[in-house]
Write a protein that binds this ligand. Structure first.
Ligand SMILES: [Zn+2]
Length: 134
């Protein structure tokens, strides 16, 4: 079984009549018009609060950013995440075990690990979990 990222997910709605496209930390995010996608809570908050040029009708080609996080799901997710024992220092996503956190860090924030010994430990831990027989 592959690693399940247990960071609680929330719904991010796009209230605009066209698809919303935005880059978030090198990842291309697309939310369909008048619809939603599910993202881990920390990522959703980052996306919604990320800088976007102010839309002025007729003056720019940039469409308005009309994103919102479903408040009920967000509250539940926050509660759920507060029960996790292993939280990522970089993005605050929560995980049930140290190994899940290690895998997450290797896949998402390896550049943040400056301590060589720490990098080795994380790699060892995540490999033993998800990279068998490749
Ligand atoms: Zn993280």
């Amino acid at each position: 079984m592959s690693t399940v990222i247990r960071g609680a997910k929330v719904k991010v709605w796009n209230d605009y009549t066209k698809d919303h496209r935005e880059d978030l930390q090198g990842e291309s995010i697309v939310i369909p018009a008048s619809s939603y996608i599910e993202l881990p809570r920390a990522k959703a908050i980052r996306l919604v609060s990320q800088f976007w040029p102010v839309y002025k009708a007729g003056e720019t080609n940039t469409p308005p950013k009309m994103l919102r996080i479903d408040p009920k799901r967000e509250a539940i997710a926050a509660l759920e995440e507060s029960s996790f024992k292993n939280n990522c220092m970089a993005c605050e996503q929560g995980f049930n075990t140290q190994r899940e956190l290690d895998v997450h860090i290797e896949m998402n924030h390896e550049h943040l690990m400056v301590d060589e010994e720490g990098v080795k430990n994380v790699k060892k831990s995540s490999k033993s979990r998800q990279r068998t027989g490749s």
